[in-house]
Design a binder for this molecule. Structure first.
Ligand code: IVH
Length: 667
């Protein structure tokens, strides 16, 4: 475990690097040489390599490591994607405008002001109005081909309306709507998966998933605000025209923008945007000031990194000072104890904040947070509140240091320290808090999908002593349930029939519902597909498990160990006794034939049925489905409007087949 010395050094390095980044990029006034800057970054990199626990998603080292992910084809942008200079100071925004005025003397300039969308930059290429390619920015010149994933975003039109140029590059931002982000994290929390720090990270992570059917479910959205290449036709000649033109072609654009003729007008727009920015579906961390007329933009030109005609003004992260009343400890599904700050409620960035996660004991020690302190709370990424520091001047001496309890706050059994995970865990399998979380997970929509068995119901059942372990729900009697609060005859009958119905759920749902460490829904499907029955999965040797796609040594060991623990053996036998589907009757997962055994397929374009369904069909006939074309691909199944994957297949000489031919082979 990293000592608190090491972690405080890492924190200090991060602060320094962030400070110098701001000076360098924001103010163009570096205080240190590039060499000194590189030394700081190098030191942080080395620390994180030695103590991977310390690596945070916002660490500047992650930016350095931001090369394109494997698995996606690389594509060159016709016109490079630049970034923007930014500032936190209104005076600097004025200076920027004055600079542009000096470059274009005697010309009356017009400005537009738009929300800066905190998403992931995206470039779309439409050919003859049809979406051909979607690419991330990458290094600005070359990005990842994420066409397959972007096609799943409903707000991105596959075909533009009206007459548009032959080739048209459109620039904008993919984002995860704030509400979807909250729901996604809530679900991940239930499933014991790592949370995304903010919507931008969630959008970036989603865009780079190799399985586009999962991307589709995430509910990404997009807005557009710019042009790249325009070939064979004409496009608007100013930003204000562009935004209404894009809208007419069917592309979603920023929901509001302002026009201004001078510095005062720009400042007013920035102030108005600040007031309404929390009402947008996406996160807005600033305002982008742009020269309106494209002809004038050309005259100002660009530096190597950013255009001279635009600048981003960033709003300060919203922060509040409030009292830390207490630190409570939550117990997760896997028994992990997490300290939570219970705060005197305070409004930040449009919502009331009363709690904030403190991650773990180390984090609390590093920031020297004590119960009774006045603390500063920020909404990082404006969504997850975090305690960023302590107002030490306000200390009275009565504040109390926090210590992780030695006993589980739920069941009272002794807790264990897991140095690898920097975690403290309760390992009592009968711990009521864990049972609650496990039941919630078991019944969740993505697992056994038992309607009516949510957090509140689980709480009632466990509190009333009716349920002490998962299998107990299958023994519930109507009389017991209807005696609970707010449970009439009808809701009792509904709940019992939902529980009853869940016995027939496919094997993968049961497997996922069991809550085995590292086994998410996608992996549960793979295991169920490979082994066909729960008993075969339970009996599988570690090396055989490891031979499954996406299963490494740690995951294989976790699955193996799970089925060897006595209380889990008992759990499985009790569930069998209640007649749950252990796989044999799972027809959907059962192979229809082995016609496609050993073949890897990639699906592209629009087919007669949703892509998920076609993928399932291929799997049922023994084939495997992959998200990207490589030399290992056996066939590409191409539908209408197939794009870059088709090109890739042709260039690699991978055979391309249409849906009718595939169906012919399977009939
Ligand atoms: S215009 C030449 N407008 O912010 C670059 N960018 O931090 C012109 N961004 O690279 C970009 N909202 O990915 C522009 N309304 C907006 C924006 C926006 C978000 C992104 C964009 C840019 C990044 C710079």
């Amino acid at each position: 475990m990293p000592s608190s010395n090491v972690s405080s050094r890492a924190g200090e390095l991060r602060r320094q690097i962030a400070h110098h980044d701001r000076l360098y990029y924001g103010k163009a006034a570096p205080e240190i040489t590039d060499r000194e800057y590189d030394a700081l970054l190098r030191e942080l990199c080395d620390l994180e390599d030695a103590h991977p626990d310390l690596r945070t998603p916002d660490s500047p080292t992650q930016r350095v490591a931001g090369q394109p992910l494997g698995g996606f084809a690389q594509v060159r942008h016709r016109v490079p994607m630049q970034s923007l200079d930014n500032t936190y100071s209104l005076e600097e925004a004025d200076e920027f405008m004055a600079r542009v005025e000096r470059l274009l003397p005697g010309i009356k300039l017009r400005w537009t002001i738009e929300p800066k969308v905190d998403g992931v930059a995206l470039s779309l290429t439409y050919r003859k109005g049809v979406l051909e390619l979607a690419a991330t920015r990458g290094d600005g010149a070359t990005g990842d081909d994420v066409t397959q994933n972007v096609r799943t975003i409903r707000s991105v039109p596959l075909k533009l309306e009206g007459g548009v140029p032959e080739v048209l590059e459109i620039r904008g931002e993919v984002y995860l709507p704030k509400k979807k982000f909250a729901a996604l994290n809530a679900e991940r929390e239930k499933e014991g998966e790592a949370l995304f720090a903010n919507p931008r990270n969630a959008a970036a992570g989603s865009l780079k998933l190799l399985d586009s059917s999962i991307v589709a479910r995430r509910g990404l959205s997009a807005v557009f605000y710019g042009l790249g290449a325009v070939e064979g036709g004409t496009a608007p000649s100013s930003q204000s025209e562009l935004l209404s033109w894009l809208k007419k072609t069917g592309l979603p654009v920023v929901p509001k923008f302002w026009e201004a003729g001078d510095e005062a007008g720009v400042r007013q727009a920035i102030a108005e945007l600040e007031k309404i920015r929390h009402d947008f579906a996406f996160e807005t961390d600033g305002a982008v000031i742009k020269l309106d007329e494209f002809k004038r933009r050309e005259q100002t030109g660009s530096t190597s990194k950013a255009p001279r005609w635009a600048m981003a003004y960033k709003y300060e992260a919203e922060r509040a000072r409030t009292k830390l009343n207490s630190i409570t400890v939550q117990v997760g599904r896997m028994g992990t104890l997490t300290p939570v700050a219970e705060l005197e409620p305070v409004p930040i960035a449009g919502s009331r904040v009363a709690r904030a996660t403190l991650h773990n004991e180390e984090e609390i020690a590093r920031k020297d947070i004590r119960v009774g302190d006045w603390v500063f709370v920020e909404k990082a990424g404006e969504v997850i509140p975090a305690v960023v520091g302590v107002d030490t001047k306000a200390r009275t001496g009565r504040e109390k240091k926090f210590k992780m309890p030695e006993k589980c706050p739920s069941c009272g059994s002794k807790v264990f320290r897991d140095p690898e995970l920097t975690a403290v865990r309760c390992i009592n399998p009968d711990c009521p808090a864990q049972i609650r979380r496990r039941l919630e997970h078991f019944a969740a929509r993505g697992a056994m999908d038992i309607e009516g068995l949510g957090e509140a119901m689980v709480d009632q059942l466990v509190t009333a002593g009716l349920v002490q372990a998962l299998p107990d729900i299958y023994a519930l009697k109507a009389g017991e349930v209807s005696a609970l609060e707010r449970m009439g005859e009808k809701s009792t009958a509904n709940l019992l029939s939902a529980i009853e119905g869940s016995r027939k759920q496919p094997l993968w749902r049961l497997l996922f519902g069991l809550g085995i460490m590292h086994v998410g829904a996608a992996l549960a499907r793979k295991l169920a597909g490979k082994y066909q029955t729960l008993d075969r999965i339970a009996a599988a040797p570690v090396d055989d498990l490891e031979n499954t796609e996406d299963v490494g040594a740690i995951v294989a060991q976790a699955i193996h160990d799970f089925f060897r623990l006595p209380h889990n053996k008992k759990l499985v036998e009790l569930l069998r006794g209640h007649g749950l589907n252990f796989g044999e009757r799972d027809e959907r997962a059962a192979p229809a034939s082995q016609e496609l055994a050993g073949e890897t397929w990639v699906i592209t374009g629009t087919l007669s049925r949703p892509r998920d369904e076609i993928a399932e069909l291929i799997r049922r006939h023994g084939g495997a489905v992959s998200g990207s074309v490589s030399k290992k691909t056996s066939y590409v199944l191409a539908g209408e409007e197939a794009g870059s994957k088709l090109d890739k297949a042709k260039s690699l000489g991978v055979p391309v087949i249409d849906e009718a031919t595939l169906r012919g082979r399977l009939s």
